[in-house]
Structures are given as C-alpha cells and as structure tokens.
Design a protein around this ligand. Structure first.
Ligand code: GLV
Ligand code: MN
Ligand code: MN
Length: 407
C-alpha cells in the first residue's frame, strides 16, 4: 500500500503548537511555505509536473497527457485555521498522492490527464475570504479586489503573492474573467476531506460522500460607542458597544438554535482595550450557515435587526459588512451517484463546512467529495482526529473513484 503513513509523519511537526497540539498554517507564513515545498518534493518523487498559478495554487500532473486536454483533478488545501487540526486540508492532499501511488501499483494507465491540487488560503484565516485561492483560480474573484485584502497586521495580499501583474487580468493573461488557467481542461474534481461532524460516527461507516454544502457567510459587525471612565461614569450614562455586542452574540446563538442553523462569533476586536475604560469600538465577526440561501439571508437579517434594536437602547451604532458569502452548493448528482455506487453504497450526507470543491462545482466543473470518519466529531480544533485505518480506507475509496474516472 502506498506510503500514506510516511507522508503523514513528515507533515505532522510542521506548524504544530507545542502548547496546544493544534496547527497554525496560515498562507505564505513559514509553516505553509514548508508544506508547499513538501508538495513539490512529493510531486517530484512521483515524476509529476508541478504548475503554480500567480495566486499560489498548486497542481501536480502525471505525465503523458497534454495541458488543456480533459483532466481529472483531486486534492484539497494545506492551510489551517488558527490552532486547527492536522487533517482539515492536508488529509485530502496526502490521500491524493497515496491514491495515485495505488493506481500505479494496480497498473492503472490513465486515459485522461490526472493531477493533484493544493488550493491556497482555503480557510480565509489570513485574508478573511473563504476559498480565496480557488475563487481566483476559477475567476469567481478578481485580482483587482483581492490584491487589496489585508491581514491582521495590515499586510496587503498584493504584497505577499505576485498575482497576474496587469490590472484587470485574472491570471491567465487573457483578462477575461475565466481564472488563472491552472484548471484549464479540468472536467472533474474529487476532494477527500476529514469529516467535520458526527455523521459517520452515528452511521458507523469509515467513508462517505457529500452531496452538497450549506450556504455560509462572514459578516463584520462594527459597533461604535463612546470611550469613558470605568469608575466615574454612571452605568446609565454610558454608550457601551460591548453591551450591544454581548446581546447580539446571545441573539445569534438563539436564532440559530431555534432554527437548527449555525451562528458563531469567533473573533472580536475591542478598542482601545483598557480594563478601566468603557470601550469606544467593538468589531466582531459573525459566521452564519443555513440550509438554503433564503434561510441564510433570513437568519442574518434577524441577527442584524436585533443588534440594531439593542444599539438604539445602548446609544451605540452598528454597521454590518458582508466580507465573504458562499452560496448553496449541490454537487454533480450523476457523479455523486456513480461514486456512491462504485464505493458500495456508502452514506451520502450534506456538509455545513465550506470547501474549494464548492467553488469548482459552481464554476461548472463536475465535482464530488469523499469524507473520512472523525472519531472526535470535532474540527477547526486541536481535537480533530482520524484513525489510520479509516484514512487508508479513504485512500482506497479515492483510488477506486479515480480509477472509474480516468479509465
Ligand atoms: C472551512 O472549513 C469552513 O467551513 O469555514
Ligand atoms: Mn476548514
Ligand atoms: Mn478544509
């Protein structure tokens, strides 16, 4: 069997925190650059040709088929959320290389171009936009807008990645909004991912197929009040944005809970940040998810309405800005059914997590997702897990799926 475990051991120390055991692998920082170097080495060791687009997306191709001819691509991403798990992303890339090894061991000779991808900034943990690399690769985001995105230190994306250069260009030199050219000819994409919930635990199955992705979005709440003395200012004389935020966080949780949806404030910035001062400004980021575009819009509108009503009582103001919104995705039904049948009728479930696969599907590439059981049911956390036996079952499932697609 292909050396899945060897590759996994090589990646394990890269970007791991000694204190939490979690991973910080933000794009274009040291750990992620090391992972990109590993990707190139893994590709070279297999005789694959690596292409990198001007945004940093990577694809490694088996020899024998021309660029631009009909291609099948598999892979995922190498970046992580802040203090995330080992598996979200890298599992799909390592499994892709291992699946190619298995095809070779089985003597499968692909009749189509076949490659392994690693999309950059999938998590949007540095520049705030989910699936930024794949959006740029397919032309669903423009470089003119993306280059101005800044990270928490104020560094511009345009200053860390080369980009296509010319204003108005999208990466392939044609300036036609069709993407970077990296995916030219790609007709099918299959992404393997660790499960980020409990579906396969409950069904007692090691591997499943996703049929769709819930729509999700990130919304910045800028709540402005008035800085004041924490001791001398009477409670009734304050304009405290922290109160508006606190009620908004509770309202978001309740709105999502009663509807069976998701709403999370996971990031907060308080200015000026003094213990003995009423803050002047709270900036908070809402992540909201629901089963349809209309349900998501209704959830987000209800949370904003409650925040605004509360601001009226607190003497504060609220401004909401949508920073990253991803619509509902239904993966290619024919491909889904073909894969599920080929894999012996594995479970088919939707996911509430975002993926580059959703961006490629929306760009017209027939896309499918395999996912591997996570015994903790936890993700975006150091507690994310996958058993080696399940990962190996995932590699076999991916190899079986690819065999059906390239022969
Ligand atoms: C990415 O994993 C997301 O769902 O935000
Ligand atoms: Mn993730
Ligand atoms: Mn992921």
């Amino acid at each position: 069997m292909a050396d899945f475990e060897g590759m996994w051991r090589d990646l394990a120390p890269i970007g791991r925190s000694a204190s939490t055991g979690g991973y910080v692998r933000q794009p274009w920082h040291a750990a992620e650059l090391e992972l990109r170097a590993w990707f190139r080495e893994a590709a070279a060791a297999r005789g694959l040709t690596v292409e990198e687009d001007p945004f940093g997306n990577l694809a490694a191709w088996l020899p024998g088929h021309e660029r631009g001819t009909e291609a099948v691509l598999t892979g995922s991403h190498l970046d992580s959320v802040l203090d995330g798990g080992a598996y979200d992303g890298p599992l799909g890339v390592v499994s892709a290389f291992a699946a190619l090894d298995l095809l070779r061991e089985r003597g499968v000779a692909p009749t189509r171009r076949l490659g392994v991808a690693a999309f950059v900034e999938e998590e949007g943990s540095r520049f705030g936009r989910a699936c930024l690399g794949s959006r740029l690769a397919v032309g669903a985001a423009t470089w003119d807008a993306a280059r101005e995105l800044t990270d928490r230190e104020g560094v511009r994306l345009g200053d860390v990645v080369q980009g296509p250069g010319d204003a108005g260009d999208d990466g392939d030199g044609a300036g036609d909004g069709t993407g970077s050219g990296l995916l030219d000819g790609v007709a099918t994409y299959v992404e393997l991912h660790v499960e980020q919930g409990r579906g396969l635990i409950d069904l007692d199955a090691p591997v499943g197929v996703h049929d769709g992705i819930w729509p999700h979005g990130r919304y910045r709440y800028d709540i402005a009040g008035r800085a004041d003395h924490a001791g001398t200012t009477r409670m009734e004389d304050r304009a405290d944005p922290m109160l508006t935020f606190a009620m908004t966080a509770l309202a978001a949780n309740k709105q999502a809970r009663v509807r069976g949806q998701r709403a999370t404030f996971g990031r907060l910035d308080v200015r000026p940040g003094g213990t003995n001062a009423v803050p002047s400004q709270v900036t908070a980021w809402l992540d909201a998810r629901a089963e349809s575009d209309a349900e998501l819009a209704a959830l987000v509108a209800d949370i904003e309405r409650q925040a605004t009503e509360r601001a009226g009582r607190d003497g504060t103001t609220v401004t909401v800005t949508a920073e990253s919104v991803s619509g509902e995705v239904a993966f290619d039904p024919a491909l889904r059914d073909r894969l599920a049948a080929r894999l012996g009728g594995v479970p088919v479930l939707p996911t509430q997590a975002g993926h580059d696969a959703g961006i490629l599907q929306e760009a017209g590439i027939a896309t499918a997702m395999l996912f591997v059981r996570n015994p903790s049911g936890v993700s975006h956390s150091p507690y994310e897990r996958a058993e080696t036996a399940d990962c190996l079952a995932g590699v076999v499932a991916l190899a079986d799926a690819l065999t059906g697609l390239v022969t």
